[in-house]
Design a protein around this ligand. Structure first.
Ligand SMILES: [Zn+2]
Length: 102
């Protein structure tokens, strides 16, 4: 019977482990002066660093004259260790809220 209480194999109540659910995240590669080949290479290098089972897709388009390549993947959202701001997609190396290095 599932009464919503986690139990071990002998029926004792155990604390549920809290896990942060993975979300589909994305990393954007964009540039005006780089050729598509360079953007694709950067995106491919990043995609190659991800567990293949986590990779969702890679899309590309152009936006206001910039080439845009986006790698979509499953992962845990990244948060600033100082202020907790959601750093998903932030590639600057600094929290955009408080400036702490990530
Ligand atoms: Zn912060």
């Amino acid at each position: 019977m599932d009464d919503g209480v986690a139990r071990d194999s002998s029926g004792r109540r155990v604390a549920r482990t809290t896990t942060t659910p993975e979300r589909v995240l994305h990393r954007v590669f964009r540039a005006t002066i780089k050729p598509w080949e360079a953007l694709f290479s950067e995106a491919a290098a990043f995609a190659g660093s991800i567990d293949p089972s986590k990779l969702v897709t890679i899309s590309h388009s152009s936006d206001l004259g910039e080439g845009v390549v986006v790698v979509w993947y499953w992962g845990l959202p990244k948060h600033c260790r100082r202020c907790g701001y959601d750093l998903t997609g932030n590639t600057t190396g600094k929290c955009s809220e408080c400036g702490t290095e990530t």
